[in-house]
Structures are given as structure tokens and as C-alpha cells.
Design a protein around this ligand. Structure first.
Ligand SMILES: C=Cc1c2[nH]c(c1C)Cc1[nH]c(c(CCC(=O)O)c1C)Cc1[nH]c(c(C)c1CCC(=O)O)Cc1[nH]c(c(C)c1C=C)C2
Length: 653
């Protein structure tokens, strides 16, 4: 049974049963989890609740914090000095006032805002929450739409459509949400042995290339690496990476393209393959996106070992894996509460998952649950115009129309960096949050097409991505990729047929001031399908969305800018405005939910954490070492135990 399960999912899945409570793990060297540093959840021997109570400063402490932030701006920011300043405040006995009433405002009714409200209702049941949303509808760009076609309905997705069953990273927080909202029966799994799981393709330059991955044998992969022009960089690149000289000491960050060229000795990897993958995640430019922020573990290993492969082989030989302390702490906190049979089902079968009624199921369920809570108020069609900090009262004031302000003890902004910056600007200070203001986002046109013929596609799989190396005459529409929706998530439609989504624009449209119309979008998508896949059939249903500035770009220097942004927010709002959402710590759906949880629950138990939501950028991230051999033993023990506890029967779904 073990061999069928994805190891890292299951190791993490079963971890609570082979490790000790978080607060003791620093002393656990004989156990399977060795903490390299004191776990952040357990500083000063305090409980997480005690840490939560520390989130609010008294006046003296606030002024100290401001002074500290001011000192830090304009000079090289020394986060350690800042942290020790906060620690000093604590040791002097300042702070720790928990007001009886807390009034929260959440700016933005997308998935991050709704999730933040959800986690707040759990974490602070007596707080009142007002959610401001500028448009009429909730959910942001999570948009699942049922459309009538001949014979029934089909489901189109405009935004994200699938989730990965990962526990590490942000995946576990969305599983917690699914559990809280009782949505496990709504989940649809795309099996690991499906074509969609096995065939993730890149277009190069005139044919589709299946990327090496699970389900392919060693010799099959080797043959592909030798013969496939799109992958010809891999073997020489590996050689260069092993022997190349270490990264220059002064290098603080570089683009992923430059990083790959430096490591692998040519631009082929970036141009032919990695640019395609980045199109599918960020719709962004491989020569602008940050290696430090987006390839953080490769960046770290390269820095410490001089070679990613040497570092990886070293870990492999030691039988250990590195996991971030934050992910480890989330797993410890959330996993024990989740439904075990659901988790086992995901771990065993799912490559990705979605919901019977699409990804918006999350939004509908969150809205229903929040509307049932008398402490939560929705203000849709209320665009926030100004956000000001009233130093005397220690409150944040929000206005949505002239001559009317509402006051809050804390605001969580899920707006984009530039939007938050613009509502904060005043005549006296037109650019109070320059680091947030500088976050650039790209625009993507999403074109859904439905063909009644179920056999329109010449190949099956998740879809394909288009790298930057494709000559203009093969991609004049600036397409980024095509998703084969009817393969990627089956069972959402009541009729047979083929659904595809063509994504266009992204960084290719950075200089555009006008975009194609909906009809032009459909024509462009059809031209792409005809050129690349020889599909000439006419779609009987289409749906086009132009999502302006929808994906923030973590360009070179992102981490350093977010560190500065923390201090700018502290200066402007004294810790009363925190940020969450896709502008900061991950652009995916799961990242957004995780950022909402982090900003509410303060997972680090770290005082700054609750203040701006950007604490993760203040100091080097902490990591822990997972001993895989011990973990596997404990896992086996646990599987036996859980078998016994279920009367020896395995519950299959
Ligand atoms: C809808 C547009 C989006 C594009 N990128 C993202 C969205 C929401 C964010 C994103 N997409 C992926 C990841 C990685 C996580 C993962 O599941 O591996 C993130 C953070 C991967 C991905 N890319 C595409 C799909 C269908 C997926 C799976 C996750 C999802 O459903 O969003 C296709 C795709 N997305 C974008 C483009 C341009 C594209 C091209 C075919 C932009």
C-alpha cells in the first residue's frame, strides 16, 4: 500500500502520529523530526494563545514600534535589531492589552478576504467584521459559470480551476477550509493515473512535447532528453550546474532566466522550457521574475552548497528533507483535525482536485457560512476611497463616500499593493507605501470554448504551455497556454463534449493600453487551436474574460521590497493595517487562503507577524529537517494502528 501513496503527502499526512507536540520538538533529537532551531511557535515557552494576546500594543509600545520603523526606513533595514527591539519591549513589561471589542474591516471580498473573515470568526469569535467589496459580486476572479448547451449544462472556469493535494506549502490551509465548510463530498479528484496527470506538455516550436514526469520510465525519459530539441539543454546543463563556480557573494537576487543561464551555461532552459512553466503560473517573463522569491529552495541550496544537485544528493544520502518551519507548524496544527479517510483518498488517488460545481464552491460556502454569523457584515458595491490612521484614537478610518467615515481597530487589506497605496495617499503624502505601489501585475485574457464533439483533441492531457522561444509567426496572438479542461477535471458537465481554455496576454501585453474585444478573443483562441492542434471545429459555447492586472509579478528584488513594505505599513498605520492576498507571498488560490490564515492566526507566534502580514520577509526563513527513514517507520506503525482502530477494515471512497 505504501508504494502507491505519494510519499511526501503521506509522510506529512501521518506526521502527527510520529512526532511530538510542537513545543517540545526542539528537544526531540532522538525522534524523527529534528528541529534545527527553536520552533517559532514556542518562543519563551508561551502558548499560541498567549502570543495571540500579545498582538495589541499599548501606547508606549506602539510609539517604540513606530520609532523603530522610522529608524529603519531609509537606511539598510536590520530586522534583527527590530525584532530585538520588540523583544525588549516585551521584557520591559509593555503591551499586551486585549480590548473587549475588536472591530475588523476586510478590504476585498475575493477568496482572500472571505477566508480571512472565516479564520477571524474562528480565532476571535467576539470580533465584529465588515467586508468591503467594490463590485456587486463576491469571489474576485474565482468564477465558475454554468452554461446551457444542447442537452444540458457545462461548467466554465475563468480563474483557477484545480488544487494540488499538497500538505506542504499552502495546500493544507485549503484542506482545512474544505473541512470547516463541510465540502469534502463536493470534491472531484483527477486521478494520478489519468492522461491529465501524466501529460503536461510544452509547445516547441511546432509540436507538443510531454514533460518528463511521473509514470515515465528511466530510459523513456533519458531517450527524450537526448532526442527532444526542447529538452536538449538538460544533460549539458546538469553537467555545468555540478561544476560551475559558486554564486558571487554580493548577488542578492537575479531573474530566473539569469539564474538558469549562470547555473546551466546557456539560455536554452529559460527560453525553451522554464519560460513556459512560468507562463502557466505567473503569465510572467522569465527574465524579470525573481529567482530568490520563486525558486527559493534552489536559490538557498545554490547559495549554501554552490550547486543545487550537490545539495540535493547530499540530502538524499542523509535520507532527509528540508521543510519550512512555517509549513511544519501548519501541518502540526491543522492535520490532526482533518477527516482521515478523505485525506487518505486524496493522498492515494489525486493528482489535482476541484469541486462538482467548480472552484467557486469555496466562495459560495464561505459566503453562506459568513452570512449566518450576526457579527459579520457585507458591504458589496462599496469601493473604499480612503484609508487613514487616526493616531489620537488609535483607529483606522475608512470612507467609501464623501463625508462619511467608519472606524476600525484593525484592517486587513486584500487589495493589490498599488490599490492599497492609492487609497492611503493624501495631498501631503502622495506615495506613502512606495514598495507596495511598485508591485506590477499582468493582464490575462481567458477564453473558454466548448465543442459538442468529445473527440476534438488530437492528444489528451492537462494541456500545454507555450515558451518564449516560439517564433512570432507561430504565436502572433501572444498565447501563454491551453488547458484541456474536459481532461483536467472530468465529471463537471452534464453533457459530453470537449472543453478547452486558451490563456492569452500576460507579460506580452505589458505595454498595451487597449486589449482585444471578446469576439477578437474567441477568434484568436480559435486561430491558436487551428495552428497548434489542427482543430477547425466551431465551438457552440464560448466565454471570454479580460482580467486586468490579475497576476502580481514577483520581480527581482521582491523579497527586499516586501521587507521595506512592512516598515512603510508600520509607519503609516502603526500595525493597524495588515495585508494578505496574491501580491505578497504566492499567487495561487491556496497561497491566498494561507495568507489569510497567517494574518489572522499569527502562526509564527511572532509579534510583528500580526501587524502587517509581511513578517515572513523580515528575517531569513527557518527550516527543519525531516528524517525520511524514521518517518517511514512511524508511518508504517501508524497505518497498522489506524487499520486496527477501524476494525481492520479499509474504508475506500
Ligand atoms: C487562470 C489563470 C492563472 C494563471 N496562473 C494562475 C492562475 C489562477 C496561478 C497558478 N497556476 C498554476 C499554479 C501553480 C500551482 C499548481 O497547481 O501547480 C498557480 C499558482 C498552475 C496552473 N496553470 C494552469 C492551470 C490550469 C494550473 C493549475 C492550477 C489552476 O487551476 O489554476 C494554466 C494556466 N494558468 C495561467 C496560464 C497563462 C495558464 C496557461 C495555460 C495563468
Amino acid at each position: 500500500m505504501r508504494s502507491q501513496l505519494s510519499e511526501h503527502v503521506v509522510v506529512a499526512l501521518l506526521k502527527p502520529y510520529y512526532t511530538i507536540p510542537g513545543c517540545q520538538s526542539s528537544q526531540s533529537s532522538s525522534r524523527s523530526f529534528h528541529s534545527t532551531r527553536t520552533p517559532p511557535t514556542c518562543r519563551s515557552g508561551m502558548t499560541p494563545r498567549a502570543h495571540r494576546h500579545q498582538q495589541r500594543f499599548n501606547w508606549t509600545a506602539r510609539n517604540q514600534t513606530i520609532a523603530s520603523a522610522e529608524r529603519s526606513i531609509g537606511e539598510p533595514v536590520n530586522s534583527q535589531a527590530y525584532t530585538s527591539n520588540v523583544a525588549a519591549q516585551r521584557s520591559r513589561g509593555w503591551s499586551i492589552s486585549q480590548s473587549a471589542e475588536e472591530d475588523y474591516a476586510i478590504l476585498g471580498g475575493g477568496i482572500t478576504g472571505l477566508s480571512a473573515a472565516h479564520f477571524l470568526t474562528k480565532e476571535k469569535p467576539t470580533a465584529t467584521i465588515t467586508i468591503y467589496e467594490g463590485s456587486k459580486r463576491l469571489g474576485g476572479w474565482l468564477q465558475s459559470q454554468r452554461i446551457e448547451v444542447d442537452g444540458g449544462t457545462i461548467l466554465f472556469e475563468q480563474g483557477p480551476r484545480t488544487l494540488r493535494p499538497n500538505l506542504e506549502g499552502s495546500g493544507i490551509t485549503i484542506l482545512e477550509l474544505i473541512h470547516d465548510l463541510k465540502l469534502t463530498d463536493e470534491v472531484l479528484v483527477t486521478p494520478k493515473d489519468s492522461e491529465a496527470a501524466k501529460n503536461r506538455m510544452v509547445y516547441y516550436p511546432d509540436h507538443l512535447v510531454t514533460m518528463p514526469g511521473p509514470g515515465q520510465g528511466f530510459f523513456e525519459i533519458l531517450w527524450k532528453l537526448i532526442t527532444e530539441p526542447a529538452l536538449k539543454w538538460v544533460l549539458p546543463g546538469m553537467y555545468n550546474e555540478w561544476f560551475n563556480k559558486p554564486r558571487p557573494k554580493h548577488l542578492e537576487d537575479e531573474s530566473i532566466g539569469d539564474f538558469l543561464e549562470r547555473k546551466l551555461g546557456s539560455t536554452d532552459a529559460a527560453d525553451n522550457t522554464v519560460s513556459a512553466i512560468l507562463h502557466g503560473i505567473y503569465a510572467g517573463d522569465v527574465y524579470q521574475l525573481s529567482a530568490k522569491s520563486l525558486l527559493s529552495s534552489a536559490w538557498r541550496t545554490d547559495g549554501s552548497r554552490g550547486s543545487i544537485q550537490r545539495g540535493t544528493v547530499d540530502l538524499f544520502a542523509k535520507g532527509v528533507r528540508i521543510i519550512s518551519a512555517r509549513d511544519q507548524s501548519l501541518i502540526e496544527k491543522i492535520l490532526p483535525g482533518l477527516d482521515r479517510s478523505f485525506m487518505e483518498h486524496l493522498a492515494r488517488y489525486a493528482s489535482v482536485y476541484s469541486f462538482k460545481d467548480g472552484i467557486s464552491t469555496l466562495v459560495t460556502a464561505l459566503e453562506k457560512s459568513l452570512r449566518a454569523n450576526p457579527r459579520v457584515q457585507f458591504k458589496t458595491s462599496h469601493r473604499v476611497k480612503t484609508l487613514k490612521y487616526d493616531q489620537k484614537e488609535g483607529l483606522v478610518k475608512i470612507s467609501t463616500k464623501a463625508d462619511h467615515q467608519e472606524s476600525f481597530t484593525k484592517v486587513i487589506s486584500t487589495l493589490s499593493g498599488p490599490n492599497l497605496s492609492s487609497i492611503t495617499a493624501t495631498h501631503e503624502n502622495p506615495d506613502p507605501l512606495p514598495s507596495l505601489n511598485s508591485i506590477h501585475s499582468v493582464t490575462v485574457m481567458v477564453v473558454n470554448l466548448y465543442f459538442p464533439d468529445p473527440d476534438v483533441l488530437p492528444v489528451h492531457g492537462f494541456g500545454y504551455l507555450i515558451p518564449r522561444a516560439i517564433p512570432f509567426d507561430q504565436n502572433p496572438e501572444c498565447a501563454l497556454g491551453v488547458v484541456f479542461d474536459s481532461d483536467a477535471v472530468s465529471q463537471q458537465d452534464a453533457v459530453l463534449g470537449t472543453k478547452v481554455t486558451v490563456m492569452i496576454g500576460g507579460h506580452w501585453w505589458d505595454d498595451f493600453s487597449e486589449y482585444p474585444s471578446q469576439d477578437e478573443g474567441v477568434a484568436m483562441a480559435r486561430a491558436i487551436l487551428e495552428r497548434h492542434l489542427k482543430i477547425t471545429a466551431v465551438p457552440t459555447a464560448t466565454n471570454v474574460g479580460l482580467h486586468e492586472n490579475c497576476i502580481p509579478q514577483y520581480t527581482v528584488g521582491h523579497d527586499a521590497r516586501m521587507k521595506k513594505a512592512h516598515f512603510e505599513l508600520m509607519k503609516a498605520f502603526n500595525g493597524k493595517v495588515a495585508v494578505a492576498g496574491n501580491s505578497y507571498n504566492g499567487v495561487g488560490l491556496a497561497d491566498c487562503v494561507a495568507s489569510a490564515r497567517d494574518v489572522v492566526t499569527n502562526p509564527d507566534g511572532n509579534l510583528e507577524s500580526a501587524l502587517t502580514g509581511l513578517n515572513g520577509f523580515l528575517s531569513e526563513r527557518k527550516y527543519e529537517i525531516l528524517d525520511l527513514k524514521e518517518a517511514r517507520k512511524d508511518m508504517r506503525r501508524h497505518v497498522e494502528l489506524s487499520h486496527k482502530s477501524r476494525g481492520g477494515k479499509k474504508k475506500d471512497r
